[in-house]
Design a protein around this ligand. Structure first.
Ligand code: GLN
Length: 304
């Protein structure tokens, strides 16, 4: 099947949502992004790639970084990681503090901020140079050496990360952060500041769609079993308190970020990345969700 006409049709039909929502502004650097951009990239298992709009424009991946840091932390600690982080949906906002207090400092899952602060802590404890290791991992999995952190976005987030700092101190209080709070916050925000295009992301997430060809880089092995677990967590926790809605509308494991990116995959078939900065109240891209919903409905290619 030639997917290009379908992608054009989707782009046309979602135009009615083009002015709904707004870009994240609680991180000042993200507020400066032109909100009227839209990109999409579809990578198929047979090697074909389809692109639409601003598919090669790099944007801030934000929480999508949590999938990469989970892959690394899981390779480092194996099953022991689950002693420090749960694997249940949180049903609350990505930066919620309340649940963490009730649950004595054990984050519900690795994709809420609390969980990702713990994975950042694991990277800090076990890697000599976590920042360089992380970016090299991302470059390799995406097959693009031209991927970088944005110092400006990282600094911008650090200048106002009061909620993340509160979460980190609560984790520290419960003995679930082993490193200095400022160092963990810095590494976490640095990983969120990585800039990638839809093409980079679709390519990178093929590693989670292609379980027959396990990806491996510097001791990080995406074995069949590990990919299965990470995909399960993407399915149940990838969209915070909208994970159920995403499963219902789109029906794929995936991950969103407040930069407006969403990447999703169908195991053994395809990976698809979409980007549009205007977000709904849950922090997920409005046009991105609509585009993916149309894609899986029209192709009848969702996992359900
Ligand atoms: N860096 C962002 C934060 O911590 C990531 C949040 C997101 O993309 N949902 O708030």
């Amino acid at each position: 099947m030639d997917y290009q006409p379908l992608l054009h049709k989707i782009r046309k039909e979602i135009e009615i949502y083009a002015h709904d929502g707004k870009q994240a502004d609680y991180i000042p650097a993200l507020a400066n992004v032109n909100p009227d951009q839209f990109g999409l990239c579809l990578d198929l298992l047979d090697g074909r790639t389809y692109r639409l709009g601003d598919s090669d424009v790099k944007f801030s991946i934000q929480s999508i970084a949590k999938v990469f840091s989970l892959a690394i932390a899981l390779s480092i600690l194996g099953k022991d990681l689950w002693k420090r982080i749960g694997k249940e949906p949180s049903g609350s906002a990505f930066n919620s503090l309340v649940q963490l207090e009730y649950e004595h400092g054990k984050p519900r899952n690795p994709f809420i901020n609390a969980g990702a602060l713990v994975t950042a802590d694991v990277l800090l404890s076990h890697l000599e140079n976590p920042k360089e290791f992380f970016i090299e991992f991302v470059r390799t999995i995406a097959g693009n050496p031209d991927i970088h952190y944005s110092e400006a976005t990282m600094q911008s987030e650090l200048s106002c990360c009061y909620l993340n700092a509160s979460i980190a101190y609560l984790l520290k209080h419960h003995g679930n952060l082993h490193n200095d709070v400022d160092d963990v916050l810095r590494l976490y925000s640095t990983m969120c500041s990585v800039e990638m295009s839809c093409e980079d992301l679709a390519h990178a997430f093929m590693a989670f769609a292609k379980s027959n060809e396990p990806f491996s880089h510097a001791g990080v092995n995406l074995t069949v079993s590990r990919v299965k677990r990470i995909n399960a967590i993407m399915q149940t926790c990838g969209f915070y308190d909208e994970a159920g809605e995403f499963a219902f509308l789109v029906g794929l494991p995936g991950k969103s970020g407040v930069g407006g990116g969403i990447v999703a995959l169908y195991p053994s078939r395809y990976s698809i990345a979409v980007w549009s900065p205007r977000l709904n109240s849950k922090g997920n891209s409005i046009m991105g969700m609509k585009a993916l919903e149309m894609f899986t409905s029209e192709t009848e290619e969702s996992i359900f």
